[in-house]
Design a protein around this ligand. Structure first.
Ligand code: GCO
Ligand code: MN
Ligand code: MN
Length: 386
């Protein structure tokens, strides 16, 4: 019943199920899987697609001949399994060259290298059919603001994206860029730390229509924010090009837990939102299994992400069909139409009439709203007793 199907558009990055369980305190606990192994693993658990950073697939030091061989093998695995590669991105954070950022590094040679590396990674993405190109500026930030000017860094970042938008046009790749915000980690502070900040920044670009966002649950939760609200703002702006689903305790380090592992209610609101507005992009799980997992448990992790999404999708339908819940919502949103003449576009007559209207403010302030009752019904629905 909760079997993933291609139409659900569930995708995983090579780096997600391929995560070997290294952390700042400990060595890897799982063996490295090749990209081809990962494609087969994802096919086995029922995913629709696989996303990748350039260097998840092609090592940074690979020769052109090695690159071509790896890409051919990967294409073969995609063809064998029917998986697609809808999103690609650049690793601009692992190599020591990016220790002070990529597009915002103080070193102009690093900024130019970051552009070169991204153009090559876009070529790779295009070759494999990716139409969404993600930018996660993991090291675009500072530990001390004594050495970097945020205005200058912002200008460099804008110039880089403007340049790459033109490259996309010039090559005829037809890609859409999706900017992913994160407040910190690995930098002390990362520039443009929230989805809202990214949306403001996009409006300053030369090709704003080409650029949207890739919000991630964990990143907004690290900042203590309401993820669904950020997604709604992005959707309203026509900018929800991609989404990174995972989970995270609020305010903690970057945990990348299985989707729905921690915040069931927030996950429910999110799935309900995506399904009700008709979001058609990938449901990308940017998460990894606990460090305690072995390979079998990694598969459970991947299956769990998709299964929880599908369970919550069903719960959203149940919420809409629940008569008691809908009656409460109707009561909360009651509207006798008497205020309609005051809403909509401004006219002087409307303003005059509204200024003259006598409101019973005290009575209005006495009206209670049954949100407690509604929320308890939602809890019972999610706990499976409704
Ligand atoms: C993180 C980020 C990354 C990006 C990935 C693709 O916190 O590490 O979420 O996983 O999503 O680099 O851009
Ligand atoms: Mn993340
Ligand atoms: Mn992410």
């Amino acid at each position: 019943m909760y079997e993933p199907k291609p139409e659900h558009k569930f995708t995983f990055g090579l780096w997600t199920v391929g995560n070997i369980g290294r952390d700042p305190f400990g060595e890897p606990v799982r063996t490295t899987l090749s990209p081809v192994d990962i494609v087969h693993l994802l096919a086995e658990v029922g995913a629709y697609g696989v996303n990748f950073h350039d260097n998840d697939l092609v090592p940074i030091d690979a020769t052109p001949a090695e690159r071509d061989k790896i890409v051919a093998g990967f294409k073969k695995a995609l063809a064998e399994t029917g998986l697609v590669a809808p999103m690609a991105t650049t690793n601009l954070f692992s190599d020591p060259v990016f220790r002070d950022g990529a597009f915002t590094s103080n070193d102009p040679r690093v900024r130019a290298f970051a552009l070169q590396k991204t153009m090559r990674a876009m070529d790779l993405g295009a070759e494999l059919g990716a139409k969404i190109y993600v930018f996660w500026g993991g090291r675009e930030g500072t530990e001390t603001d004594a050495g970097k000017d945020p205005l200058e860094a912002g200008k460099w970042f804008r110039e880089a994206l403007n340049f790459l938008c033109e490259y996309n046009l010039d090559q005829g790749y037809g890609m859409k860029f999706a900017l992913e915000a994160k407040p910190n980690e690995p930098r002390g502070d990362i520039y443009l730390p929230t989805t809202g900040a990214m949306l403001g920044f996009i409006a300053t670009l030369n090709h704003p229509e080409m650029v949207g966002v890739n919000p991630e649950v964990a990143h907004e939760h690290m900042a203590g924010l309401n993820f669904m609200h950020a997604v709604a703002q992005a959707w309203d702006a026509g900018k929800l090009f991609h989404i990174d689903l995972n989970d995270q305790k609020f305010g903690r380090y970057d945990q990348d837990f299985r989707f729905g592992a921690e915040s069931i209610k927030q996950a429910f609101y999110l799935v309900k939102f995506l399904e009700e507005v008709g979001y058609e992009g990938s449901r990308h799980f940017d998460a990894h299994a606990y460090r305690t997992a072995d390979l079998a448990d990694v598969k459970e992790f991947a299956r769990g992400c998709m299964r929880t999404y599908l369970i919550l999708k069903e719960k959203a339908l149940q919420f809409r069909a629940d008569k008691e819940i809908q009656a409460l919502l109707a009561e909360i949103k009651a509207d006798d139409g008497s205020m309609h003449p005051y809403f909509g576009p401004y006219t002087k007559d409307k303003a005059d009439a509204l200024k003259a209207h006598a409101f019973d403010r005290v009575a209005m302030g006495q009206r209670g709203l049954p949100y407690e009752k509604l929320d308890q019904l939602l809890i019972e629905l999610l706990l499976g007793v409704r």
